[in-house]
Design a protein around this ligand. Structure first.
Ligand code: DHB
Length: 394
């Protein structure tokens, strides 16, 4: 046995026997960086989500980084290429090999669901910055969410539609968990308010073709079409909506704000004008905190406008950093406890992390796409205050 392994064997024995080691080894361990594992789709279909969240995390750290209990904070970024099995494997490696105190990111629901058991087994807080199916927070007691939930967004637009002469609707959603949430909560609420759903259409998550469903929408001739598609699919959808003349056929387009994503909105053209959506974040949100955020984000990223994914990443990093400050860098259950109940002003408006559900409570805004100062913007004109996820069963 060489000297090093003797020391390690001693350390192991000491720990098992309940002795604390004193002196240099402990000190060396304490000056190791505090590591956070950030897993995002940097390539593959949802790469725009990865790009936005990464930029926001970097911005938060540039503005608010620094030592915690004398230790540096290091974010280890991993690309899951939008493949949930890869997310899970990367999370396992980050926990076991890198000893991260928190996992973060998660661009799509299947990625978050695949990773939740690892958070539970290793007692590692897992901050969901992007994915938005209601059930994610119930998949592990270690999940904390800073994005939003589809039920939050869908109920608010259903309320608005019912009050604005929209009676007959068709729904169109991406055929996976967040789409099912959106379809169900929108349909239930509009029906409750006297509306009727003529048809429920779904498109595949991967490489959707909107032509066949848009033909069905035309044939059904509803007052409005309600749409949820994941971030990044909105521009292609809008193009086909216009090409098939649906905008001219008197069918109003409404949806969750995912389809008028600020990242892509400027490329959508006139077809997007007047589209009403509900969401938790618009880059046009009028507050000094948001103005500062948008300016700094654009400056650091060649003019790229932050979207709702960016704000989830920015606030997620804040929740992690503030919790780490409270625990002086300690992870596990203490870190989770320090995340619960956090209350702060986000660029999106006032928010808090519900201590019971670990989900974000936030204002949901009704917005209309308008051209302001040469740019297409989601202009907020109404809001519901402090909306809890309506999808929670408990
Ligand atoms: C999810 C992904 C998105 O891009 C989005 O806009 C909403 C939800 C998801 O997979 O949970």
């Amino acid at each position: 046995m060489n000297k090093r392994s003797t020391l390690r064997a001693f350390a192991a024995a000491a720990t098992t026997l309940g002795f604390g080691l004193v002196g240099p080894p402990t000190h060396a361990a304490d000056t190791e960086p505090i590591k956070i594992g950030l897993i995002l789709p940097m390539t593959g279909q949802q790469a725009t989500t990865g790009r936005q969240v990464e930029a926001a995390v970097k911005l938060y750290l540039a503005q608010n980084g620094g030592l915690i209990a004398g230790r540096k904070v290091e974010v280890i970024l991993k690309d899951d290429a939008t493949v949930p099995d890869t997310t899970r494997r990367l999370a396992q490696e980050l926990v076991v090999n890198d000893k991260v105190v928190a996992l973060a990111g998660f661009g799509i629901t299947p990625a978050a669901m695949a990773t939740a058991p690892i958070a539970t087994q290793s007692k590692t807080p897992m901050v969901v910055m992007a994915a938005a199916t209601s059930a994610i927070t119930e998949a592990s007691p270690f999940v904390v969410r800073t994005s939003f939930t589809l039920p939050q967004a869908s109920v608010s637009i259903a309320e608005w539609a019912a009050k604005n002469k929209i009676k007959k609707v068709v729904t169109l959603v991406s055929d996976y968990a967040p789409g099912i949430d959106a379809e169900r909560f929108f349909a239930d609420r509009i029906t409750l308010n006297g509306g009727s759903v003529l048809e429920k259409l779904r498109t595949p998550l991967r490489s959707p073709d909107f032509a066949p469903v848009l033909q069905k929408v035309r044939d059904a001739s509803p007052d409005a079409l309600f749409v949820f598609l994941p971030s990044g699919q909105g521009a292609a959808f809008m193009k086909q909506f216009a090409e098939r003349g649906l905008d001219k056929a008197g069918i109003r387009l409404i949806g969750t704000g995912d389809i008028t994503d600020d990242d892509q909105l400027n490329d959508m053209g006139d077809v997007a004008l007047g589209v009403v959506t509900s969401h938790h974040y618009s880059a046009a949100h009028k507050s000094p905190a948001n103005q500062k955020f948008v300016e700094a984000f654009k400056k650091a990223n060649n003019g790229m406008r932050p979207n709702f994914m960016a704000v989830g990443g920015y606030d997620g990093m804040r929740v992690i950093m503030d919790a780490l400050k409270a625990t002086k860098g300690v992870g596990g259950e203490a870190l989770l406890a320090a995340m619960k109940g956090q209350i702060f002003e986000s660029p999106r408006g006032p928010v808090y992390i519900d201590a019971q559900t670990r989900d974000i409570v936030q204002d949901i805004y009704i917005r209309k796409v308008e051209r302001v100062g040469g740019e297409l913007q989601n202009v907020e004109f109404d809001k519901q205050v402090a909306v809890k996820d309506p999808g929670k069963t408990k």
